[in-house]
Design a protein around this ligand. Structure first.
Ligand code: TTP
Length: 723
């Protein structure tokens, strides 16, 4: 009891100190950098004739000129927006130039944009710690660079000419109505200049190195330099937000686009937050923000400041109450996590309407196409970044469902080879096919397939001795899995490669492995007949594979608890770590749809791990950096699904234009909330049922999980990753 009281006293003292500290929440300088009309700039660099012209990037499909996914600022001035048809946009802007996304393996090829993104990140990393946030966004923690720079500045003044592209949010401040009138008469750049001058004049001398606003000013100088370097090295322009944390820098990054940056001092937060809807704040755009609004009956983030920390804690728990208490004052402590590379590499394709996949052969064909793309990108990634992915996730959507839903299952990614990836993928989803094993049909037909690779670790090297284990284990794996080879006719297309050192090493090893595979395949086929043995083999193959991944998957899974839920009958952890699997358990996989219906399928005897198995969520989830927000429906969409997602909207529009004799011009650009909940296409941001389990990572988690109904605290707790 005494202990509890002592803890309370310590905690209250901490809170009081926190309130008194002038520096609380201003310890860091954090920037978000976002490329301007990124895909357009990439196309303009490829074809310089497009530069400085109204220009868009359209989908590779050419119906109505193709759907627009990126718009230059010159074209925006004519009213052209994303999601218009290029043909319609040309009516607004007859000089519009249209660049088109390339096509590969029957789907959009985003390679040029991905590669351009890598170039930008490389330049940015020279300046500070970088966290890649999406294909065209990255956070930077500038604190150390700022402190270093300030130490070298002595009492040098910060001159406005060092900040020629910088806006200061909340400045210029008008103290009289006459000043207000004067400001209203200024154009944007004059206003910027006046605001900057006023703010710089308010800063202490540079010898006062612990001044939070001085640190922001130096951070802004570094970002100006960094943006200039990005432009010089890549030709691309970008915008940035500079403040004390990710939430604030994200908030102001887009305020003065293009090619400008905005500083948000903490002193300007109160005014900004007083009219800022809660949904505009990073991580509060989904159900979590909606729940806060509903529970506390507030609209704007600034209104939360009227609640005491105790009150917020009472509703949302101690930890989350404290988080919200800080957040509504512009304070947040989420670190910038050093990461230059995407956490997962994936590709997908939609098959809407008549194109849905209704035969095994179609499913195998498209898995093979996706696998070919995945193989190419994984090999390139391994060569460039010296890492290997260990987990393969296969996602599907099925036709005829009344709620958008998807299944995803995963297995060890034994090696980077399209045939292997596609056969494994087929094996772990084939239990979803309710047509008989001997039928050629696939039922219900599939409307989306996606493959992704994740759980990266350093590529094994010859000297570590890991590589031998890695490949010898694959031999066992391929031997056992050869029984799942899809029908003939899916011959692997040769992938042109320019081997580097790591690459040629892998190629040699791969060659040896293929020879082994050929020798062993007959034996593997014999094993097909014994399904019990097959299951055991599968576990063994993974045990072997995991030996090369020690400290990776296996240790990862060992740390996780096996859920006690009755629905999690498949012990994913034991399968993946290669522990002996009790056959009575291993022949059942529970596949849970996101609408919480549970289906029990007979095991395919491969290492598929169903969504709601004991596989830890991190292994099944993608990072927020993989997501883009769809302008049409506001959903968070995996970057590699975006072209297909956009296609989905166009398909819907097309369908609407046939079914509705007099469509209103604006209606074609929006999915009504009720319809977005019922289509089998993209996931609805607002419907928890619409998100697959794989989407429940980090800040996106609020959209991915259905809140429990056992009280407010639990409801909100369920939105947070760590409670
Ligand atoms: P955004 O950063 O959202 O937009 P943008 O860079 O085109 O323009 P802005 O200057 O306003 O930031 O998206 C980055 C790229 O992602 C974009 O150039 C194209 C692609 N994208 C899609 O393919 N579909 C989409 O719906 C969105 C939003 C983006």
């Amino acid at each position: 009891m005494l202990d509890v009281q002592r803890h309370r006293v310590v905690y209250v003292t901490f809170l009081v100190r926190k309130e008194q500290s002038m520096e609380y929440g201003t310890e860091r300088v954090v920037a978000l950098v976002d490329m301007d009309c990124f895909y357009v700039q990439v196309e303009q660099r490829i074809n310089p004739e497009l530069k400085n012209k109204p220009c868009v990037v359209a989908q590779y499909k050419t119906w109505k000129g193709g759907g627009i996914i990126a718009v230059s600022y010159e074209a925006r001035a004519h009213g052209v927006t994303k999601n218009m048809w290029a043909d319609d946009a040309k009516k607004l802007c007859p000089d519009l130039q249209v660049a088109r996304v390339r096509e590969s393996h029957g789907k959009a090829d985003l390679t040029p944009y991905r590669e351009a993104s890598v170039e930008v990140i490389e330049v940015m990393s020279r300046f500070a710690v970088i966290e890649r946030a999406s294909i065209d966004e990255a956070y930077m923690d500038l604190t150390a660079s700022v402190k270093q720079r300030l130490r070298n500045m002595e009492d040098q003044q910060i001159e406005p000419h060092l900040l020629t592209a910088t806006f200061i949010q909340g400045y210029p401040q008008a103290t009289t109505s006459q000043e207000e009138t004067e400001h209203a008469a200024l154009d944007k750049d004059a206003l910027r200049s006046q605001g900057l001058g006023q703010w710089l004049a308010s800063l202490p001398p540079t010898t006062q190195t612990d001044s939070a606003e001085l640190q922001l000013a130096v951070g802004a100088i570094i970002v100006e330099e960094m943006r200039a370097a990005v432009e010089q090295c890549t030709g691309f322009q970008c915008s940035a937000g500079i403040s004390h944390n990710k939430v604030l820098s994200k908030l102001v990054c887009g305020l003065n686009k293009p090619n400008r940056q905005t500083v948000l001092p903490l002193s300007s937060v109160t005014q900004l937050f007083s009219s800022l809807p809660i949904s505009k704040i990073r991580n509060l755009g989904g159900k979590l923000g909606a729940s806060i609004t509903e529970t506390l009956e507030v609209e704007n983030i600034g209104e939360l400041t009227k609640f005491t920390q105790g009150h917020l804690a009472q509703h949302f728990g101690l930890k989350h109450g404290q988080w919200l208490y800080d957040l509504c004052r512009g304070v947040d402590f989420e670190p910038v996590k050093p990461r230059h590379l995407p956490k997962s590499i994936g590709c997908s394709k939609n098959f809407q309407g008549k194109t849905s996949l209704a035969t095994k052969e179609q499913v195998q064909h498209w898995l093979q196409q996706l696998a070919l793309e995945l193989e190419e990108r994984l090999i390139k990634d391994r060569e460039m970044n010296g890492r290997v992915a260990k987990l393969l996730t296969v996602g599907v959507k099925q036709a005829g469902e009344t709620t958008p839903s998807s299944f995803s299952r995963c297995c060890a990614l034994a090696r980077y080879e399209a045939n292997k990836i596609s056969t494994d993928s087929f094996a772990i989803i084939k239990s979803l096919n309710s047509a008989g094993n001997h039928q050629q049909a696939w039922s219900p037909p599939l409307t989306l397939l996606h493959l992704s690779a994740s759980k990266f670790s350093d590529a094994p090297t010859a000297s570590s001795g890991g590589i031998g284990t890695f490949f010898s284990s694959e031999v066992i794996s391929s031997q056992k899995l050869s029984s799942f080879s899809p029908s003939a006719g899916l011959a692997r297309q040769p992938t042109p490669k320019r081997p580097g050192m790591i690459e040629s090493f892998f190629q040699n090893a791969s060659k040896k492995r293929k020879e082994d595979h050929v020798e062993l395949s007959e034996e593997g086929e014999n094993e097909l007949k014994d399904s019990g043995e097959e299951e055991k083999s599968c576990s063994e193959s993974n045990a072997s594979t995991s030996s090369s991944l020690q400290g990776g998957i296996s240790s990862f899974f060992q740390k996780k608890q096996v859920p006690t839920s009755a629905t999690t009958t498949a012990d994913g952890s034991s399968v993946v770590t290669g522990q002996a699997v009790d056959s009575s358990q291993s022949h059942e996989h529970v596949i849970t749809q996101s609408d919480k219906k549970t289906y029990v399928h007979t095991s395919d005897s491969l290492c598929g791990v169903p969504e709601h198995s004991s596989l830890p969520e991190a292994a099944l989830s993608f990072s927020t950096e993989d997501y883009l927000t769809c302008d049409r429906c506001g959903q968070a969409v995996l970057a590699w699904e975006m072209p297909e997602h956009t296609d989905y909207h166009f398909a819907q529009d097309l369908q609407n234009s046939f079914s509705s004799p007099l469509p209103s011009p604006s209606s074609s650009n929006q999915i009504p909330a009720n319809r977005s909940k019922t289509h089998a296409g993209p996931r609805s941001k607002t419907s928890p049922a619409s998100c697959s389990r794989t989407l429940s990572s980090g800040p996106l988690r609020p959209q991915a999980k259905k809140p429990k109904t056992v009280g407010t605290v639990v409801t909100l707790d369920s939105f947070f990753k760590k409670s």
